[in-house]
Design a protein around this ligand. Structure first.
Ligand code: TYD
Length: 137
């Protein structure tokens, strides 16, 4: 998915079951998201003003959710940038491979939960922006 664009990512509204004692949101492979989850990781204790991300993936599909607090994801396809403010645990951003992303403007207590289609592999990362632009040509 080298040719993915910022319009290939989408906000996914996840089901929310609320009963007055709280809420539950479940994410099922192939139902709410168009990939199978092989890994879940989460970012937390992010100091205010910090930026995370700053890379692209060649094969990894992800669903990014603000499990607590809020943050902004800026997605870049080499031509166009789009920013998404995530602040609700039942809203996720689906990110296909081939997009540069940065996560910033974390609120205090912000938790970024990521459902990922593959195990961690440094080989899948493009960490230099110039390499990303070359990859997208
Ligand atoms: P990285 O993905 O670069 O973080 P971010 O995009 O949030 O800035 O990962 C930071 C470090 O954590 C890097 O050394 C690799 C390691 N890491 C793992 O070992 N396993 C994982 O699943 C992830 C996401 C990162």
């Amino acid at each position: 998915m080298k040719d993915s664009s910022v319009y290939s990512c989408s906000i996914v509204e996840l089901p929310r079951i609320s009963d007055g004692q709280g809420s539950i949101t479940a994410v099922n492979n192939g139902i709410e998201i168009p990939f199978d989850t092989r890994r879940v990781y989460y970012l937390y204790d992010v100091p205010s003003g910090s930026e995370r991300g700053g890379h692209a993936h060649k094969a990894l599909h992800q669903l990014i959710v603000a499990a607590a607090g809020s943050f902004v994801i800026t997605v870049d396809d080499g031509k166009i940038k789009r920013s998404f403010h995530l602040s609700r645990p039942n809203m996720g951003l689906y990110l296909p491979p081939g997009l540069w992303r940065s996560l910033h403007d974390f609120s205090g207590g912000g938790i970024c939960m990521v459902l990922a289609s593959e195990a961690y592999s440094e080989e899948d990362y493009i960490r230099e922006y110039v390499d990303f632009l070359e990859y997208k040509k």
